[in-house]
Design a protein around this ligand. Sequence first.
Ligand SMILES: NC(=O)CCC(=O)C(=O)O
Length: 283
Amino acid sequence: MISMCKKGLRLGLIQLSVGANKANNVQNALKFVKKAKEGGSNIIVLPECFNAPYGTKYFPEYAESIPDGETSRALSAAAKEVKAYIVGGSIPERDGSKLYNTSTVWSPDGQLVAKHRKMHLFDIDIPGGITFKESEVLSPGNTPCIFDTEYCKIGIGICYDIRFFELAALYRKAGCDILIYPGAFNMTTGPLHWDLLARARAVDNQVFVAAVSPARDEKADYIAYGHTCAVDPWGKTLAQAGAEEELLFADIDFETMKNIRQQIPVSHQKRNDVYDLVVKSNL
Ligand SMILES: NC(=O)CCC(=O)C(=O)O
C-alpha cells in the first residue's frame, strides 16, 4: 500500500532523566514537552518507562491504570495545553491482576487515541552481560498499534519490539510512514544494536524511525544506553543524542521518502508468490 504524509512535520524526542520519584519524573517530562512545543514539534515522544526506574522489581510498585491513572491524566492535559500529539513513551500499566509495559498516544485535544502494550517481552540472558526477564512480572500485548494523524499513519513498538522486523513490515504494509519506538537498550546490546536496528527498520520499510531512550544513569540498576535517534528512509541519521538528558528535533521530509520509494521500489518487488507476511491480529 502506498500512503504519503501530507504535511511537514517536526518530531520532538525527549531523552529524559528518570529517577525513583514518579511525580518528579512526570513533572520533568511535562517541562520538556513544553520546550518541545516551543521548538515547533507537532509530535512529541517520551522514552520507555519514563515515570519509573526500569526493572521488574519496580513495575508492580509504579504501575497505574490507563487512562484514569495520574500519568495518563497529566499527559492528556499536557497534550491539550501544547496542542500537539504526545507519544507517552511507556509506563507500567495495571489492568486487573495483570501488568503491561504500555505506550499511550494523546491527540492535541487531549484524547487517548492509541495504546500499545509491548508485544515482545524483553527476556534475554547474556552471561557476563545482561540477564533480564520482563515476563517474570509483565504480560505481553497481542495487538499491533497504529494511530492516524493529519500527517500520516504511525506505528508504535516498545524497545525489544524493534528487533522483530515482521512487526515493522506489518506497519508499513498497513500504510505507516513513521515508526516510533520508545526504548531503553542497555550497555551490553546498545552500542552495536540500537542504531543498527533503528536504521535497519527504516531501510527495510522505507519509513522514518524514531527510537527514544531515557538518559543514562550510571547509578541505576539498569543502565540505559541513551542515544535517542531519528532516521530517515535512506538510513540517514537525522538527529542523535549522546548519553545525557537532551531534547532533539527531527524534521520529516516527505519528498525524500517519496523519492526513495520510487527510486528503489522494493514494496512493488516483493515476491509474494514465494513468501508473504501473514497478519493474525486485527489492526
Ligand atoms: N527494554 C528493552 O526492551 C530492552 C531491549 C534491549 O536492550 C535489547 O537489546 O533488545
